[in-house]
Design a protein around this ligand. Structure first.
Ligand code: BGC
Length: 453
């Protein structure tokens, strides 16, 4: 049974969270832009904040025990920059430093490998006050933070992801204004902020290489993952073209090349200069070297995608999905074909091993009469996406691991606690954790994979 879900030997099965979404406990932690944002009425759908969230800071042992019971190989979590450095004095908050020490030790004791993300959107307020991503000094500051993390945890943690989804925190935060700090920049300002982010990434890679022996470093993107409407060579080519094309969608940039070419090739793609002209930032030789410091893997998150077909004239167009097609509770299309197709495109262009660092679905879950959470749609979601991913691996894409998003229900940004993405249910009143049917399914797949080795 589930033969289609038996992955190559060594494939890593994990689950992911992010600091702000699960940790709670603000004692000793400095404010971040999301704290400020939550405090303004109307910003968060249910009017909540992250003061308690899933109380992971106090319940991490229980959470690690759940991971262990599920048989997870790895846990991807992020380190909160303002929990480590609450203000700009450069003096670390010892309680925060200890929390991650304890979490890491607990994971290792239970045979679970930690994967650290350095930045999952919680920019310290003191950094935003001096311009955030618009101020080029952020690159050095982020490098300092990365060095501290490497020096402190690098004896035990070898896997690092510098950033989670720059297209989201910069696109929504600095261009669309729908996430903090609610800026609506011009193209030129926005492209410059992106350039500063790229430099910060490079500084972090250098800092981690200098402090962590045998570090494996990557970055997580959530670029387009458009998939072909059919298996015809024309549609496959059209989907690829759409993913690699650069379109100025009111300044919002989601294509693969704008975000990945600088990192892997040290330059912006030619098309970016055609589309944005003089608004493009200057890429000096020094910046090019910094930004393209070699990485060990590419992290890809997979959520929303469009179906693409050939327009019959050598171009591409969006194909209509059948009426009533599958969607999650936020109305995002469910498109398992996307996960394999994006891995093939990424691997063909950049040749880097890939980890799916997030993939998951939010559903309207509740506790059933028998006390369990029967999330059959999520079970089917994981089955379909994992199957599609495995097919891409068989077709030659070098995918090394997969992280379910999320380990547990948590604070879903502007949606507050209204959207449940977890494979473990969280009762926010009691903080009780209840593994959903999807957690049991995932665990069974992990067990089958292990017994097959
Ligand atoms: C983010 C997560 C988020 C998830 C679902 C990803 O873009 O990395 O933090 O919860 O999507 O919206």
């Amino acid at each position: 049974m589930y033969e289609e879900l038996i992955f190559p030997k060594g494939f890593v099965f994990g689950a992911a969270t992010a600091a702000l979404q699960v940790e709670g406990d603000r004692a000793g932690r400095g404010d971040c832009i999301w704290d400020d944002y939550c405090s303004k009425p109307g910003n968060i759908l249910d009017g909540t904040n992250v003061d308690v969230a899933c109380d992971h800071v106090h319940r991490y042992k229980e959470d690690v025990a759940i991971m262990k019971k599920m048989g997870l190989d790895a846990y991807r979590f992020s380190i909160s920059w303002p929990r480590i450095f609450p203000d700009d004095s450069g003096v670390p908050n010892q309680a925060g430093v200890e929390f991650y020490n304890n979490l890491i030790d607990e994971l290792l004791k239970n045979g679970i490998e930690p994967y650290i993300t350095l930045f999952h959107w919680e920019l310290p307020t003191y950094i935003q006050r001096v311009g955030g991503w618009s101020n080029p000094t952020i690159a050095d500051k982020f490098g300092d933070f990365a060095r501290f993390v490497g020096q402190t945890y690098g004896d035990r943690v070898k896997k690092y992801i510098t950033f989670n989804e720059p297209q989201s925190f910069l696109g929504y935060g600095y261009r669309r204004g729908s996430h903090p700090p609610s800026l609506k920049m011009t193209d030129k300002e926005y492209l410059y902020a992106i350039h500063n982010f790229f430099r910060a990434h490079g500084m972090a890679v250098r800092a981690l290489r200098a402090t962590v022996e045998n570090a494996e470093i990557g970055i997580t993107m959530s670029t387009n993952a458009n998939y072909p409407a059919s298996n015809s060579p024309e549609d496959i080519e059209a989907a690829k073209m759409s993913n690699l094309d650069i379109v100025n969608d009111d300044g919002f940039i989601m294509n693969i090349v704008h975000w990945c070419d600088p990192i892997y090739f040290g330059k912006y793609p030619d098309k970016a200069y055609e589309v944005f002209g003089d608004d493009m930032p200057y890429m000096s030789e020094e910046d090019s070297k910094l930004i393209s410091e070699p990485l060990d893997f590419h992290g890809q998150n997979c959520y929303c995608s469009s179906m693409i077909k050939s327009d019959g004239k050598g171009g591409y167009e969006v194909a209509k999905r059948p009426l009533g097609s599958a969607k999650n509770s936020l109305n995002w299309p469910v498109t398992p074909e996307a996960i394999g197709s994006v891995c093939k495109i990424l691997y063909e262009r950049y040749g880097k091993p890939i980890y799916i660092t997030e993939n998951g679905i939010c559903c309207n879950d509740w506790i059933c009469e028998d006390g369990e959470v029967h999330d059959s749609y999520r079970v089917d979601f994981y089955h379909k996406y994992l199957k599609n991913l495995n097919e891409a691996i068989k077709d030659g894409a070098d995918v090394r691991g997969y992280f379910a998003w999320s380990l547990m229900d948590n604070f879903e940004w502007t949606k507050g606690y209204t959207a449940r993405f977890g494979i473990v249910y969280v009762d926010y009143d009691t903080q009780e954790r209840i593994p959903k049917d999807s957690a049991k399914f995932y665990s069974e797949i992990i067990r089958l994979n292990k017994s097959n080795r």
